[in-house]
Every structure is written in structure tokens, then in C-alpha cells.
Design a protein around this ligand. Structure first.
Ligand code: SF4
Ligand code: SF4
Length: 290
């Protein structure tokens, strides 16, 4: 059994319920697996958000709840002395609250900055995936599967953005979610296997608005936007909506793509660009074919 959490950025609405549940669980009491989490300055479930877009006409936000990834080959375990950080047989990575005292190197080792330094206790601290609760026969938070207890953050999420389960079981809900969504590993951990799996983290979007000829100033509904990346062989197609807007999400980063806008009875518009950042390409005015 390998326990993990799938985190779907598309479903996360940044309500902070998971963050609050984590604080509720870990701030007051410690356990053999962690000292209490300070109320301020530590974010064992860190809701990382950023603004996307380069034009006020198309701005979006990205939300990536980020606890420790519980890596399969954890850098923090390698940095720890005397077994102060270790991986359990179920895959959960723990920092021992006694042995880790004074070991600041454990904080510095984590590629995604998921370990925090407790100045008062001189202790590195992080998410335990609520292992102390999962081990507790008296803890009874189940979701769906009556045999599977879940961490507090997962139980608290009102939008099912967090799914907990056995990654080794292909029939588990978490395995199904991972199989049917885009896995988007956090960049500092790319190439590594982790027990926290991020799904649908935004990459790059392109968007634009299509108008009929300038003198008409009317939005064009149903125009086709086709993007092609020769390097990866991928292509994307969409149509303008009732506002004349089109948008393509999850483009590969830093690739050359061609954009073609077509509408029956009008000259096609074609240009090439690079997916170096989220980009509103602006307004495209079509010209009638003569
Ligand atoms: S994400 Fe950081 S703290 Fe968590 S297991 Fe990996 S290296 Fe350790
Ligand atoms: S509880 Fe769920 S929806 Fe709310 S911030 Fe956490 S992951 Fe996102």
C-alpha cells in the first residue's frame, strides 16, 4: 500500500478549508510524529496562488494547494542525520520531532520549500499526511470507502479537489483520478515520483477576440481558432463564443506555435508566436474575401 493525495487545481476554489483543517488538527497538540504546528508562519497545506495573463481583458488565477509531496526518494531524508527524517512503509515521509532538533539542513533540502523552521523549538516541521490520525484506531473520518480513513485536509475539502487513497491499487478512486487527468508535477520535483500528485496545474493559455471588419465593429461568433505546435506535433481547436472570445489552455511552455483564425466568407488570419507566458493576443479583425 502506498498512500497519497491527488490534488486537482481545476477543482480548487481557494476556499482555504483544507488549510484551516490542517491548522485545527496540528496547532494545539503534537504527537510522536510532529511537534505542534505554530499558528503563524508555517503552512503545512500552502495554498499557492498566482495571477495569470498579460492583459486586463483576460486575467485568471491559478491555485495549487501544496503540502509536502511525500517524495518516493525524498531529499529531506537524505539531508537528515541519524534517521531524523524517514519514509514509512506506506510512503508517508515523517520528520522525527525529537531527532530532528537543530537540523536546519532539512529545511534547506526540500525543493518545493514544504519544510518550515520552528525557531523556538529549533525544529524542522512539515505535513505528516495526518499519519498520527490514520494510525489512531479511534479516528473515524471516512469518505466513501468505509475502510479508508482520510487526512483532515481531504475531509474538509468541499469540492473534492483532494482525493486520498492507495496509489498501488489501480481500482482506488485516487488511481482513477490520476489516470483520467493531466498529471502536472511541480517543476522543482520534475522527473521524481511523489505520493502527492498534482493534477491540472495550469501551464500557458492563449486567448483572443475576433471581430468582423473594422467598420462593422461586431464580434464574430463561431470563428475557428486553430493552434499548432510543430515541435510536439500537438494541435488545439476552439471556436469563438458569443462575445467573440476564444481561449486555449494547457499549452506546452516555451514552444513555437502557429495560430490560425478562420471564418467562412472571410480571409484567414495566420501568425506565429511563442508560448513563453499566458497571453491575450488581442483583437483580430477579419476581412471579407473578395
Ligand atoms: S516534498 Fe520536500 S519535505 Fe516533502 S518528502 Fe519531498 S523533499 Fe521531503
Ligand atoms: S479545501 Fe479544497 S477547494 Fe478549498 S482550498 Fe483546499 S483544496 Fe482548494
Amino acid at each position: 500500500m502506498r498512500l497519497g493525495i491527488a490534488i486537482d487545481s481545476r477543482l480548487c476554489m481557494a476556499c482555504y478549508c483544507c488549510f484551516t483543517a490542517c491548522k485545527d488538527e496540528h496547532c494545539e497538540f503534537g504527537s510522536a510524529l510532529s511537534a505542534p504546528q505554530p499558528m503563524m508562519g508555517q503552512f503545512w497545506m500552502d495554498i499557492r496562488e498566482w495571477e495569470r495573463g498579460d492583459d486586463s481583458r483576460r486575467i485568471k488565477t491559478a491555485t495549487v494547494p501544496t503540502p509536502c509531496s511525500h517524495c518516493q526518494d525524498p531529499a529531506c531524508v537524505k539531508a537528515a542525520r541519524d534517521g531524523a527524517a524517514y519514509k514509512r512503509p506506506d510512503g508517508i515521509v515523517i520528520i522525527d520531532p525529537k531527532k530532528a532538533k537543530g537540523q536546519r539542513a532539512i529545511v534547506d533540502s526540500c525543493p518545493i520549500h514544504a519544510v518550515y523552521w520552528n525557531e523556538e523549538l529549533e525544529l524542522p516541521q512539515k505535513c505528516t499526511m495526518c499519519a498520527e490520525l490514520l494510525d489512531d484506531p479511534d479516528y473515524l473520518a471516512y469518505l466513501g470507502d468505509p475502510k479508508l480513513k482520510v487526512p483532515r485536509c481531504v475531509e474538509a475539502c468541499p469540492n473534492n479537489a483532494l482525493v486520498f487513497g492507495d496509489l498501488d491499487d489501480p481500482s482506488s478512486e485516487i488511481s482513477k483520478q490520476i489516470a483520467s487527468n493531466k498529471i502536472t508535477q511541480l517543476e522543482p520535483l520534475s522527473g521524481q515520483e511523489t505520493n502527492v500528485v498534482h493534477l491540472n496545474v495550469p501551464t500557458v493559455f492563449f486567448a483572443g477576440t475576433v471581430y468582423y471588419p473594422k467598420e462593422e465593429e461586431e464580434v464574430c461568433i463561431g470563428a475557428k481558432a486553430r493552434l499548432v505546435c510543430k515541435e510536439t506535433g500537438e494541435s488545439w481547436e476552439t471556436e469563438t463564443n458569443y462575445l467573440g472570445d476564444w481561449e486555449v489552455e494547457w499549452l506546452p511552455k516555451n514552444k513555437k506555435v502557429s495560430v490560425e483564425i478562420t471564418q467562412d466568407g472571410y480571409k484567414p488570419v495566420y501568425y506565429e508566436t511563442v508560448t513563453d507566458s499566458d497571453h491575450y493576443v488581442g483583437m483580430t479583425y477579419l476581412e471579407k474575401t473578395s
